[in-house]
Write a protein that binds this ligand. Structure first.
Ligand SMILES: [Zn+2]
Length: 428
């Protein structure tokens, strides 16, 4: 639960989030019915912006983002109250996780000097008030906090791994941090960030990237490097439908790491099709898409889209998420053409085409559903086309890819601040 979604009935400013908790109730019930384990995930020191404005005295002396974090010391009362409400409200959930440093944190002298102890207390609070049976802690960028531009907290990870109870399970993106945790006897979970490296760049989340072979490599590599203390892997998704293929691949590899890339493609194609012929076509389309991201051969992308479109046209009842994958592939192809061309006149026509296509597509209705705001909607999409095709941070700069952006960045392993931000900047 991030600052944005937190609700508490005592604060009228948070009334706007009340409906979310009702939805979560239903969602958790449904998930339980189909046998899923829910982990209630909380952000350390999260403070809804509305309360950040309301209580200026408790604001964090911030590093990173501003306006969504309270000082652990000054905001303790409000912070604990919010957290306690959520834990009690969702009391049927017995697995909890917390993430520190996401969204920043407080850099005041007290918080800096006591950070490890404050995190231990915070986890204890969750365990007690949530009756946690399983408790995860995402050290997330603790390594960067050791070296960040703000005065560093040297040896933060050593402190954490000395003080956190051994039953706490450690999640991190960083191989070195996970190894340090293993040395101290913790079970670890590897965070496979590459399937959704949003970094504020929505283009990295929206468009289909099967990553079937990369995920296989990445998971095998982690198993080899971390051994039996590696208990699982974590991925997450902001926009699920268009990225169904790599989500599915991650889940299946975790279930059975022996599966090959072709096994996965065949399975996922089976789920997205309603006949043997269709399945064969979808297999080809996925393989072409996978090839495109390695070769930047626009013909492969064009062909992939053509096949997907043909399958959808043939289907009596169009299957989701195939429809979303096809629509996103179509826009991706137009973006690649835009990126590859020099003629401003043709580029303008492509912008128009992308806009018109998005308006017809359910997948992109959030960009194009302004109705009476057509002009504004067009301008917004136009701006995004600029971002998505940017030479530096855009979709088609190979340096932003997990497999060749950087020596360590091959798997988006992040050991230093430079590793973390290199692929976001897309340049050395
Ligand atoms: Zn503080």
């Amino acid at each position: 639960m991030t600052a944005k979604v937190i609700y508490h009935p005592d604060y009228e400013e948070l009334e706007k989030n009340s409906w979310r908790y009702d939805v979560y109730d239903e969602l958790f019930e449904y998930a339980k019915d189909i046998g899923l384990e829910i982990i209630l995930f909380y952000v350390f020191d999260a403070l809804p912006t509305e309360l950040w404005i309301k209580f200026p005295d408790i604001r964090a002396e911030i590093f990173l983002y501003h306006g969504i974090t309270h000082c652990t010391q000054k905001g303790k009362e409000v912070g604990d109250k919010l957290l306690k409400y959520s834990l009690k409200r969702f009391k049927t959930i017995s697995s909890h996780a917390s993430i520190a440093f996401e969204g920043g944190g407080c850099n005041c002298e007290y918080c800096r000097n006591n950070l490890a102890d404050l995190i231990v207390e915070h986890l204890k609070f969750i365990k007690e008030n949530g009756n946690s049976e399983r408790l995860f802690f995402m050290t997330w960028f603790a390594n960067i906090k050791e070296y960040f531009d703000v005065p560093p907290i040297k040896g933060l990870r050593d402190q954490l791994f000395m003080k956190l109870p051994k039953e706490v399970k450690i999640i991190d993106i960083t191989r070195k941090t996970l190894k340090m945790a293993i040395e101290q006897g913790y079970e670890v979970y590897d965070f496979v960030f590459l399937i959704d490296p949003e970094g504020g760049l929505e283009s990295q989340m929206i468009f289909p990237k099967p990553h079937v072979n990369l995920l296989k490599e990445r998971i095998s590599d982690s198993i080899q490097a971390l051994g039996s203390n590696l208990k699982g892997m974590v991925g997450y998704r902001v926009l699920p439908k268009t990225r169904f293929i790599d989500d599915y691949a991650l889940g299946r590899y975790l279930w059975n790491p022996e599966l090959t890339g072709n096994d996965i493609i065949s399975e996922v194609a089976g789920l997205l099709s309603s006949s043997i012929n269709e399945k064969q076509s979808v297999i080809t389309a996925i393989q072409l898409l996978e090839d495109f991201w390695n070769s930047f051969d626009g013909n492969k992308l064009k062909e992939s889209n053509k096949i997907l479109k043909m399958v959808i046209t043939q289907q009596k009842e169009v299957l989701e998420p195939l429809k979303s994958i096809q629509e996103a592939t179509e826009i991706l192809y137009l973006l690649f053409r835009y990126y590859s061309l020099d003629s401003e006149r043709v580029k303008d026509r492509i912008v128009q085409k992308i806009y018109r296509s998005m308006r017809e597509m359910d997948t992109f209705q959030c960009y194009a559903s302004y109705n009476v705001w057509d002009y504004r909607s067009f301008e917004m999409i136009k701006q995004r086309i600029g971002w998505w095709t940017d030479q530096g941070i855009g979709l088609f700069n190979p340096q932003t890819f997990p497999w060749n952006s950087h020596l360590k960045g091959k798997y988006n392993l992040v050991d230093t601040k430079e590793d973390a931000f290199l692929w976001m900047k897309g340049k050395e």
